[in-house]
Design a protein around this ligand. Structure first.
Ligand SMILES: [Zn+2]
Length: 422
């Protein structure tokens, strides 16, 4: 049998283009379902797999656009619901979209606005027409329709726009309501496609729904794939379901999705979730957690999350993480940020905003670097070893490995508990 890299070389790279997106598959893991690829979007290329930081209100809290760029980020999220309320569509149109508004010349992805309504507003009410809710500003009744969501996202000018979907938490007990939401999401995709004004410069992604019912997910995959959007999201997850169930949904969907399109699992951001999801065949992820936890004084490292407020860091003069290449941790001679120490972060954590800025920089860099290293490992066809090294860094004892991760990875041919090192 030929070595895996040579087997891959005969068939890769392969690519597929739509009007405003090219997906180029660079390599596939010969064991798991992991893929490495390049996505070319209207504001440049991004490497997949990718973690996308969330700049909710057109800014990543604590970072300037230059600082965000300095982490290597080339695709981040904006939130349609928030931008639609403020600065509002008129301002966005006047300045020529959200890229201009925030001084960000790289790619943007926007959600549809629907999820925020359902999660933030207790009084949101979904009908076939759209999502009805009361304005958080003045309490007046408002309605977000698929057409309105597209109009807002067209004004924002995001490189990737998400369809309005009927989102339910996966643990919703009512099967009939879950089916209604899934089928309505398909109908709303059709309305979004019809209302989208700029398919030549903005990509509309569909969102697979169906809760934890794998048959319903499969049905939704078939319907959504038939509509041939440039990319595909798996939605509704990360809403309190068991991790085993989450993995089953991801693996069920990736099995049915076309190979030469990006696959986005919405709303996940814990490092172990990213690594496992990549192994299950997903490419794109977003979550507010890495940046939110930074503001609470927490650093994400290869040995887990460190609470920098702990007294043990008061006289620790090392960097946030040894050998980290982020602007805070790397040495001054490598253009690092003045030798920031754990002691300094501890002194300011959760008190002064400087600690939030620095930890945000570090955490975003950590997440992007993790996905960059995963990409390299996939291309070198050593992703299973990468996964093992990653978990060995997080847990000193294999007995502590989360069983959901062990089981999910076993399902794609990687046995974390195997004794041999490779
Ligand atoms: Zn760092």
């Amino acid at each position: 049998m030929l070595p895996a890299t040579r087997r891959m070389a005969s068939t890769l790279p392969r690519s597929q283009s739509s009007a405003a997106l090219t997906f180029e598959l660079l390599g596939k893991c010969s064991t798991t379902r992991a893929r490495a690829s390049i996505l070319t979007l209207p504001h440049g290329k991004v490497n997949l797999p990718i973690f996308m930081p969330v700049a909710t209100q057109a800014s990543l809290k604590g970072l300037t656009p230059e600082q965000l760029e300095g982490t290597g980020c080339r695709l981040c999220l904006n939130n349609t619901y928030h931008l639609g309320l403020k600065p509002g569509q008129e301002v966005l149109d006047a300045v020529g979209g959200a890229h201009n508004f925030q001084g960000w010349n790289h790619n943007l992805l926007t959600d549809s606005g629907g999820f925020q309504m359902v999660s933030l507003l207790k009084l949101a009410n979904v009908t076939e027409e759209g999502v009805r809710f009361l304005s958080p500003h003045d309490g007046s009744p408002m309605l977000l329709t698929p057409e309105h969501s597209m109009s807002l996202q067209n004004s924002i000018g995001s490189d990737i726009m998400m369809q309005l979907d009927d989102v339910l938490v996966t643990t919703h007990p009512d099967k009939a309501r879950m089916r209604e939401a899934m089928e309505r999401s398909v109908r709303w995709l059709d309305r979004c496609i019809a209302a989208h004004k700029y398919p030549e410069r903005q990509n509309l992604f569909c969102i697979i729904q169906g809760g934890l019912d794998l048959e319903m997910r499969r049905e939704c995959c078939r319907e959504m794939v038939a509509r041939d959007t440039p990319g595909i999201a798996i939605g509704g997850l990360s809403g309190g379901e068991a991790k085993d169930d989450f993995c089953k949904v991801v693996v069920t969907c990736t099995e049915l999705l076309p190979e030469l399109k990006p696959r986005y699992v919405m709303g996940i951001g814990y490092p172990e979730d990213l690594v496992v999801s990549v192994a299950l065949g997903a490419d794109m992820f977003d979550c507010v957690w890495p940046t939110r936890t930074a503001r609470f004084g927490n650093a994400i490292t290869k040995h887990g999350v460190l609470n920098m407020k702990r007294e043990m860091y008061a006289a620790d003069y090392g960097p946030i993480e040894d050998n980290c290449g982020c602007p805070c941790c790397r040495p001054i001679e490598e253009e690092g940020a003045l030798g920031i120490t754990r002691a300094f972060i501890h002194h300011n954590a959760a008190k002064e905003t400087v600690a939030a800025h620095l930890l945000t920089l570090h955490n975003v860099w950590y997440q992007l670097n993790l996905m960059g290293k995963a990409k390299e490992a996939i291309i070198a066809d050593r992703f299973p070893a990468f996964i093992k090294e990653f978990f060995a860094g997080l847990y000193t004892d294999k007995k502590d490995y989360p069983s959901w991760a062990v089981d999910a990875l076993r399902g794609v041919g990687v046995d974390l508990l195997e004794a041999s090192a490779d």
